[in-house]
Structures are given as C-alpha cells and as structure tokens.
Design a protein around this ligand. Sequence first.
Ligand SMILES: Cc1ncc(COP(=O)(O)O)c(C=O)c1O
Length: 361
Amino acid sequence: MTEERIFNFNAGPAALPLPVLQEIQASFLNFKGSGMSITEVSHRSPWFDDVINDAVDRTKRLLGLDERYHVLFLQGGASLQFAMIPMNFLGEGKSADYVNTGTWSTKAIKEAAILNKAHNVVASSEDKNFSYIPNDISFNADAAYVHITSNNTIKGTQWESFPDTNGVPIVADMSSDILSRPLPMDKFGMIYAGAQKNMGPSGTCMVIVRDDLLATAEKDLPSMLKYDTFVSKNSMYNTPPCFGVYTIQLVLKWLEQEMGGLEKMQAHNEKKGAMLYEFMDGSDFYRATAEKGSRSLMNVTFRLPTEDLEKEFIAAATQKGLGGLKGHRSVGGCRASIYNATTMAAVEALIDFMTAFKKKQ
Ligand SMILES: Cc1ncc(COP(=O)(O)O)c(C=O)c1O
C-alpha cells in the first residue's frame, strides 16, 4: 500500500503522462460543461464528436499522414488484429510474408494459420531466443503485405529502421512503440497498436490503414470484422470505446503541446534508453538480453547473475517505489518498460537503485 504515486515500469497497462491523468480527474464529473462524465455522454453527441475528430486530426498531424490514411479506434485489443488482417487482406490466391521476432509475431502468424490463409515466415530470430531483429530478408514481390512487430515487448527488441520490401506494404504491430518516434509512412499500408502502453487504457486498438491496401480487402466478412465498416462510420459503426478514445486524445495533445512532437519524443526516448543500456554495459552484474543494434528503447530486458538475485531485486525495488520490473512470465528475468510517459527522473531513480542494490551484494 502506498499513498504516493510510484515509478511505474509496467509493460502494459503502463504509465500514462501525469498531466493527462490530472486532466481526466479534473473533468471527470462534468465533461466540457455537459453535466456528465465522458463515460456517460452519448457517442452520438457533439462532445464525443469533438473528442474523436480531434484524436484523428492529432494522429494525422503527429505522424504526417496524408489523405490516403484512415485512423480508426477499434475494440478487441491488438490481438483481434492478428485475425482481422489475414481475414481482410488474404483472399483467395493471396499470400503474405511474416517476420517472426517473438511472442507477438508468433501469435499473429498463428491466426493466419488457423484461418488457413497462405503465408510465408520469411525470417525469424528464434534461433537465438528472439534476441535480435533479422536483416537482409528476402521478401516475396507478390506478397499482399509484409507483417512485422516493430517492438517486441517481451523479448526487448525493436526494429531500428524498417526493411525495404520492394513496395509491398508493411503491416506493423506497433502496440509497444507507437508514437515513440517519427515513421517513414510510405512503407506502411497499415499500423495497429493496442493503446495500453503508449496511449491509454487497454481494450482500444488504434488502426491506421491506407486506401490502396483497403481497396484489396475482402467484402463478404461479418461487419464487425471488416475495416471498411469502421472507415465508413468514423469508427462509430457501433459504440466505440469512448473512454479509451478520450484518453488517447489527451495523450496526443500532450505529445504535441508538451513534448513537442515525435522528433522530440524520439530524442527523449533515445536519451532514456542510452542511459539505462550504458549503465548496464558498464556493469558486470546487470546484463541486457537483446543484442546491440536491436535493443528496444521501450522495453529494456535484463538479467542479474542468478534468479534468486532477480527475485530479491524486484522485491527490493517494489519496496522503494519502483514497480513493474518483473520480466514477462514466459521469459523470466527483469524488464523496465520506459514508454513515452516514463520520465527521465524515473530512469535516474532506477539507475540509482540498481547501483545501490549491486553495492549491497
Ligand atoms: C507487441 C504486442 N502486440 C500485441 C499485444 C496484445 O495486445 P492486446 O492485449 O491489446 O490484445 C501486446 C501486448 O499487450 C504487445 O505487446
């Protein structure tokens, strides 16, 4: 139990910017003079129209999206996208390329297989426990899309730059690094991201999809599983995840107005990541698990000399108000998730704690 807010290193749901939480708190009982909270106003009201339209506009501005891109807010998390993508874009005679860089890519591939859709795993880093991002991949020129996971939340790796796919649109799961840096949008036919790491509460998935890919989509699918349904209704075919969209809107406003856009956000993230990795590289006690050149600036995965020490480290950190440092249950070890909202002060506090913990051994 604590009365104070902790330094939150959770992988997701994860830390959100404090000014955003404060704004939600301040406007919660009476949203914009409606006399209702945002969780009570109709999604068909002008209040919510303003929220969703502003969220779309800000996303377009931040990422520099032209009129070919549609920004959607869907439900079902990022995991539903693993199935919706092959359902929509792998009709008869079509095939997709997948790059397997860890747990989430594996899940995306599994859904294509369950649906019996033709797909090729053109590269994988499984040979080294997914500790790196493959390069020099040879893609199929006739693929409908190339699927990648831009940041691997569990294994702690991230694509530093994006591959040349000979014009085949990349479809990227950016759940754990969306809006952490500018993107070469021309390469992407679609981006999707569960909100619960860099944008807002869980359950809402942002989808950005480009016209040319959309035009290839299957038509005879259930309405709720078709991108067209949501494109034509501004994400409001059914009741959208209103609170999620509202939180995302505030995070986007924070990104634009307080952080100064994605280039500045990237510089900030690079500084935080460099501090933590340099500290570990100079230590014979902490060992970063991802290979240099593939290291994630969002999820820093690391090991201590023994599992017992890791347990002790996580417990002692929690005591000191540094939460969420346990690695994913499937891989063990430790993980510090340092998304956009993680402050430099949080990273400094972590390094101070790590220094003191090591000294005590
Ligand atoms: C990269 C990545 N993709 C997909 C998911 C699954 O997201 P959701 O729980 O929203 O379905 C996660 C984790 O939450 C993730 O880290």
